[in-house]
Design a protein around this ligand. Structure first.
Ligand SMILES: NC(=O)c1ccc[n+]([C@@H]2O[C@H](COP(=O)([O-])OP(=O)(O)OC[C@H]3O[C@@H](n4cnc5c(N)ncnc54)[C@H](OP(=O)(O)O)[C@@H]3O)[C@@H](O)[C@H]2O)c1
Length: 364
């Protein structure tokens, strides 16, 4: 049995958990989220965690001295060992830790294809990458089976809503037999910002460029506008709530006109004016009915799932959303008069890295 104590670090005021289980960690991805996770590893709460390997898409490092260096992320950008996943797993095996954890802070589908095999081999997997649990139903089932086979856990908190407790809440409701009647929300910070800022006074394409400059959207905004990322998050939440939903069962409204889908990113931005007139018309229509446009994800109790633009009335929880906040509204058999609502920043390096750390600490 692991003793677990909790106290407060005098200097930082941060709660410090002293856990006697040692945790060996391999980190994939040293970008925005991976970089913030590396910083968290240097804080007192992460004392039980020992980094035994780290990789970006080009290089990796497993040597203790180099891993302990402050600039490991920058060093890896300039060189390191050649990429070899098995060598990273060998570093986990060589550790005398009680728990072995693989952290995936990439968006790589090829890496996500290994999640189930890693779980089955006895490694816990903690991920911000939704390319496994947000893909096919077969892949979702494989993850479940692999956890049973390997007696391991899949830390998925960071795959929806960054640090917000969206999946944890749905999981708890489901475990308590509280059936989901409607699951609804704004699951994309960039689409949330775009439609809460858009009031028809300036062209949508201009807002799109501003969102990109402010770092709210992906470098190629079509990644957000396609709705695919939102659809994956809806799939993850729906499956967690007990709906065995296949990827093609989510109706997705892609806001990118067909003739702009295959253009290079800069060419797309140059041609994005063609979004302006149709969106201005939809905005004016909604306004004439006293409503506003929001890019909503929605699931009903029959398992009908849709992501796309919707008109919402002023008393809808999404109507007053501002900035890049995410919103999750759950109407269940027990939360039926008013939905259970979770709202807050649904992206950001620190909160996402914290969700990864939280999943690891939960394991221990
Ligand atoms: N940013 C957020 O606020 C946020 C919030 C919630 C969830 N997420 C999710 O978190 C994940 C990471 O996001 P990010 O913003 O940190 O992305 P990012 O800044 O683009 O970083 C991605 C990192 O993954 C590495 N990588 C790619 N393929 C790899 C592979 N096969 N093996 C090892 N490393 C690989 C990249 O390596 P290189 O450096 O060599 O390119 C890079 O270091 C994504 O799945 C994203 O959807 C992000």
């Amino acid at each position: 049995m692991n003793a677990l104590a909790q106290d407060i670090d005098g200097a930082t005021g941060i709660s410090r958990r002293a856990v006697d289980a040692k945790v060996a960690v391999v980190l994939f991805g040293t970008g925005v989220v991976g970089g913030a996770f590396l910083k968290l590893l240097g804080t007192p709460v992460a004392a039980p965690l020992q980094l035994v390997g780290v990789a970006n898409s080009r290089f990796q490092q497993t040597r203790t001295r180099q891993l302990a260096e402050r600039g490991i992320r920058d060093h890896l950008n300039h060189g390191g060992d050649a990429r070899d996943n098995e060598a990273l797993l060998a570093a986990l095996d060589a550790s005398d830790a009680d728990l072995r954890v693989i952290v995936d802070a990439t968006a790589s589908s090829s890496l996500a294809r290994h999640h189930a095999a890693w779980l089955a081999r006895g490694y816990h997997v903690v991920t911000a990458n939704k390319a496994a649990n947000g893909s096919s139903l077969a892949a979702w089932r494989e993850l479940k089976t692999a956890q049973r086979t390997g007696r391991t856990r899949y830390g998925d908190a960071a795959t929806v809503g960054a640090g917000l407790p969206a999946i944890a809440t749905v999981r708890r409701l489901h475990a308590c037999g509280d059936a989901m009647l409607t699951l609804e929300g704004v699951f994309s910070g960039s689409l949330g910002w775009l439609f809460s800022t858009y009031d028809g006074s300036e062209p949508f394409s201009r807002l799109l460029r501003r969102a990109r400059e402010l770092g709210y959207s992906e470098p190629d905004p079509r990644m957000d506008l396609s709705g695919q990322d939102v659809a994956r998050k809806l799939l993850i939440l729906a499956r967690t709530a007990g709906f065995r939903l296949a990827s093609d069962e989510v109706v997705v409204e892609n806001l990118v006109p067909e003739d702009l889908r295959d253009l290079a990113p800069e060419a797309f931005l140059a041609a994005a004016e063609s979004l302006d007139a149709p969106l201005a018309a939809r905005h004016a229509d909604a306004k004439s009915r006293g409503r506003v446009l929001r890019y909503l994800a929605r699931l009903d109790q029959r398992g009908h799932a849709r992501v796309g633009l919707a008109e919402v009335a002023s008393d809808h929880p999404a109507a007053n959303l501002c900035g890049t906040d995410n919103l999750f509204a759950f109407t269940t058999t027990r939360y039926h008069a008013q939905p259970l609502v979770i709202q807050g920043p649904g992206a950001g390096a620190e909160v996402t890295a914290q969700a990864l750390l939280g999943d690891i600490l939960t394991l221990s």
